[in-house]
Write a protein that binds this ligand. Sequence first.
Ligand SMILES: Nc1ncnc2c1ncn2[C@@H]1O[C@H](COP(=O)(O)OP(=O)(O)OP(=O)(O)O)[C@@H](O)[C@H]1O
Length: 247
Amino acid sequence: MLATHGLTWRIGEVAIVDSVEIDLAPGEFLGVIGPNGAGKTSLFNLITGLRRATEGRVTLDGQDISALPPYRRARLGLGRTFQASSVFGSLSVRENVRLAVQAHRGGSMKLWRRAAADREVAAAADAALHRVGLAHRGTTLAGTLAHGEKRKLEIALLLAGEPRVMLLDEPMAGVSAEDVPELVQVIRSLTGDSGRSVLMVEHHMDVILELADRIAVMHHGALLACDTPETVMANPTVQEAYLGESL
Ligand SMILES: Nc1ncnc2c1ncn2[C@@H]1O[C@H](COP(=O)(O)OP(=O)(O)OP(=O)(O)O)[C@@H](O)[C@H]1O
């Protein structure tokens, strides 16, 4: 589905992302781990088009998307959440999701068409909120949500774009320990239907181990390993890379 081929991003002589080869199957959940500064976010930036690779390619269903800007990649089904929150705090939860659905679908100028479209947008927004367990929060101001709920809203915003591949960048960041299990359930449900694939960067190893079919380990920009959780955890090179950090 999504694949990177020798994907590299250099700043001067330094390879921030170094010849990374990843192949994500339909419906697969791939966790990305690595010490701070390993290049995980930079890899996401290259895949989504926020940064242009200096070498290598990104393909989606075999199509080379390396030269496309982010919005074109998104339209082809590549969706991403960010570490920094992208929610409009002064709008309600439902309004946030409606805007995202509208942005994805585009508007129609014909009045008779507008009314039907508005109903469709509202239905799609409510469905996305339901998917992430925020249906009861529709009228709440987004800025007042707790971290865990804000993360759920960000996932709903992402779902509004109907992505086939979702990139989640540290979805557990700032989430209190008691909210983690529910958020894990929401994230698990993302790959359950429709063959949607997920690529997730996360520092919480327990979360990665619970969700990932395979784990990619990055270190100094390169892919150290990409295998089943059991194989990766038993890999001495991976353990060495994490020396001093708990795996
Ligand atoms: N625009 C930039 N200019 C210069 N250096 C950069 C730039 N972006 C990232 N880097 C460097 O590239 C390296 C990888 O950064 P990146 O944010 O991709 O790592 P990461 O694995 O996501 O780290 P973390 O787990 O801390 O989020 C870091 O050393 C960082 O300082």
